[in-house]
Design a protein around this ligand. Structure first.
Ligand code: ADP
Length: 313
């Protein structure tokens, strides 16, 4: 096999109470990428469609992540470094800066595709650390909360970043996500700059109670517990003011049956989780009506949680 085509799914990070630690993988929204073996050593990005992103491997998250993986392989005596070279074609459908893991899809897709071509020397979990190097290029911070669900599927909990300790949690069967992306630009750096460096003990207690409740609800498929736990005491109150109509969108999601709703990643996308596709579609209608009324252009997606993550197509 000399070439693979990969579906690189979009992801929702943070999930209300799980700031920087929880994420989930979306089913039918994502990029595509072709990874090809090449006789020439190193990584070359030969084509990018759908976005204006750098072709230089060192400036593109896909290149940076794959170079990190090749560096580790080259230090392994079993691999012939001369034989390891790759070309990448990227077909972007996820807009950069949307808050649904655009950079993570490319970082994770590149290492996943190359790993397939090499006969899977690394497990999906082991690929996370290379993909995180791409995230470091995008945001200055080697975080795993988007690349982990993109690679592993379902929900992921980053219990620790150093040492890396990631737990995959299978999604309850009937769980759906609705995600609305208002077409405004919200830089991750701006969304970070509004955060405070300290939290009160009272807020921390509420937050870790909810994180525990959410994880327990996912394991036991207890939709009501999932709903009761989807609250964010700490980050959402500070960040939501940067997103137009946030409170109205959230209110409309609850009115239409959402289990919970919050900011996707660092925004501006807003997500809602619900039980069953019908409810997810009703929520989508309600959310759309809010932005239609505000005359704000948007994209909207209704997706099942994707339990497998990246896949060869
Ligand atoms: P997201 O949270 O949706 O990934 P970010 O704003 O955090 O969005 O990251 C996108 C940043 O990464 C942009 O500055 C973009 O130029 C850069 N970037 C580099 N390579 C890629 C790529 N292949 N896909 C997406 N973004 C990339």
């Amino acid at each position: 096999m000399n070439e693979v085509k990969v579906f690189c799914p979009a992801t929702i990070a943070n999930l209300s109470c799980g700031f920087d630690v929880l994420g989930l993988c979306l089913d039918n929204v994502g990029d595509e990428m072709i990874v090809r073996k090449s006789a020439e050593k190193g990584v070359r990005i030969t084509k990018i469609e759908g976005a204006n992103l750098p072709l230089e491997a060192e400036k593109n998250v896909a290149g940076v992540a794959l170079l990190a993986m090749l560096e580790e392989l080259e230090s392994n005596a079993d691999f012939d470094p001369i034989a390891i070279g790759f070309e990448i074609e990227i077909y972007k459908h996820i807009k950069a800066g949307s808050g649904i893991g655009s950079s993570a899809a490319s970082s994770a897709g590149a290492v996943f595709g190359a790993n397939e071509l090499l006969g899977n020397p690394f497990s999906r979990k082991e690929l996370v650390k290379f993909a995180m190097q791409g995230e470091k290029l995008a945001s200055g911070n080697a975080h795993a909360d988007n690349v982990a669900p993109a690679l592993l599927g379902g929900f992921t909990l980053v219990r620790s970043s150093n040492p890396l300790d990631i737990i995959k949690i299978d999604s309850p069967n009937e769980l759906f996500a609705t995600v609305i992306h208002p077409q405004i630009e919200l830089k991750t750096s701006d969304a970070r700059s509004v955060l405070k460096q300290t939290v009160s003990l009272k807020s921390a207690i509420t937050q870790w109670g909810n994180v525990g409740g959410l994880v327990a609800g996912l394991y036991t498929q207890d939709y009501d517990l999932i709903g009761r736990s989807l609250h964010d005491e700490i980050v959402e109150p500070l960040r939501s003011v940067l997103i137009p109509g946030f409170d109205l969108i959230k209110q409309s999601a609850y009115e239409n049956g959402a289990l919970g709703s919050g900011i996707s990643g660092s925004g501006p996308s807003i997500f809602a989780l619900s039980r069953g596709k019908e409810t997810a579609e009703k929520i989508a209608k309600g959310m759309s009506a809010v932005y239609d009324k505000m005359n704000l252009p948007y994209e909207i997606h209704v997706c099942k949680v994707n339990d497998t993550g990246m896949k060869v197509i």
